[in-house]
Design a protein around this ligand. Structure first.
Ligand code: NAP
Ligand code: ZN
Length: 349
């Protein structure tokens, strides 16, 4: 075992602060990574505050990890010391079930192991990227093909894949009109990726001040979702919607934006339920309400390569590790442009 510096929450009401953890020595199939940057996902905040009622403490969050390989096991053939590498939301899965067989480890029928808070999905507690080093099975390590701006690549490992996967699953195509609800970490990646896929992106926001940014990021149009007139003008006009909002809200005004037979997919994971959608809004247009969880390892690599090819990274604000609690408060005020990334060289005991 190697003693590793980290930041952890000790309870739902405590701040995240310095902590030390033990990482295993790399086994034959393991890659050891010195973490350079770690993105801050709203899921980190839901977890440290036990909002999903499943947190195991101490909790070391962080699942948008990029860094440099510092050791590899004897059977590792895809990485060598010195390579850049990424780790997203999963570090293991059963590898035997039908979902794993299809490369959909996030839907593993025996439960995948999360990069942090692992026991929820089976196995021991796992500690995430708010730490200086991590050891991960080769199969769950991603290759980084971006050559610059590495800190801004980190958020692709969760925010990028969580939005790329449903856009692909629901077959978004050039020329379609795609709605993105919420311009936070996930939402801003959805705007960039859907625009790169050739979609005509309409951003729905509660923050009128974000309109200019949304256009710069690739949205063709911005609608303030509290403006009923603007919402009415967009009824029955969208081919697909990805809803990234992290809080319970009325889904009906958004479902009404869909054309017949089209789908709104939820990726936001609030701690309390949304009010039930109106049945008539669904049945009269054969509309669908769906959900989607991150993405499999194969698709995560595909997304990283797609983003490298299209020059897509996250818009980030870099922070020092000690400023993480302030960053959480800003996330809660929707005051993030558009992802905080921790510079892990600032991690000190
Ligand atoms: P975030 O950066 O906080 O962005 C969420 C955005 O939602 C905000 O910026 C805001 O955008 C909007 N919003 C927030 N509160 C709202 C409210 N009360 N009413 C309406 N809009 C509101 O969070 P994130 O990191 O993108 O994560 C979003 C959600 O996705 C979280 O619940 C997270 O846990 C979940 N998540 C799910 C998956 C998955 O696999 N499905 C993966 C990662 C994260 P505007 O200012 O533009 O309105
Ligand atoms: Zn995440």
């Amino acid at each position: 075992m190697t003693t590793t510096l980290a930041y952890a929450a000790q309870s739902a009401s405590s701040l995240v602060g310095p902590f030390t953890i033990e990482r295993r020595e790399p086994g034959p199939d393991d890659v050891q990574i010195e973490i350079q940057y770690c993105g801050v996902c709203h899921s980190d905040l839901h977890t440290v505050r036990n909002e999903w009622k499943n947190t195991l403490y101490p909790s070391v969050p962080g699942h948008e990890i990029v860094g440099r390989v510092s050791a590899v096991g004897s059977k590792v053939n895809r990485f060598k010391v010195g390579d850049m590498a990424g780790v997203g939301c999963m570090v293991d899965s059963c590898q035997r079930c039908a979902s794993c067989g299809e490369g959909l480890e996030q839907y593993c029928e025996n439960g995948f192991t999360g990069t942090y808070n692992g026991p929820v999905f089976g196995g021991e507690n796992t500690y995430g990227g708010y730490s200086s080093r991590i050891v991960v099975k080769q199969k769950f390590v991603l290759r980084i093909t971006h050559t610059e701006n590495l800190a801004a690549v980190a958020p692709l490992l969760c925010a990028g894949i969580t939005t790329y996967s449903p856009l692909r699953q629901w077959g978004v195509q050039k020329g379609q009109t795609v709605g993105v609800v919420g311009l936070g970490g996930l939402g801003h990646m959805a705007v960039k990726i859907a625009a790169a896929m050739g979609a005509n992106v309409v951003l729905f926001t509660t923050s009128p001040g974000k309109a200019e940014d949304a256009k710069r990021l690739g949205a063709a149009e911005v609608v303030v979702s509290k403006d009923q007139g603007a919402m009415a003008a967009r009824q029955n006009s969208l081919d697909f919607i990805i809803n990234t909002v992290a809080a319970p809200h009325d889904l009906n005004p958004f479902l009404a934006l869909l054309k017949r037979d089209c789908t709104m997919t939820l990726v936001g994971a609030p701690d309390r339920p949304h009010p039930s959608p109106d049945v008539f809004g669904l049945i009269f247009k054969r509309r669908r309400l769906g959900g989607s969880l991150i993405g499999g390892i194969r698709e995560t690599q595909e997304m990283l390569d797609f983003c490298a090819e299209h020059g897509i990274v996250s818009d980030i604000e870099m922070i020092a590790m000690k400023d993480i609690n302030t960053a959480y408060e800003r996330i809660l005020r929707s005051d993030v442009k558009y992802r905080f990334v921790i510079d892990m060289s600032t991690l000190q005991a």
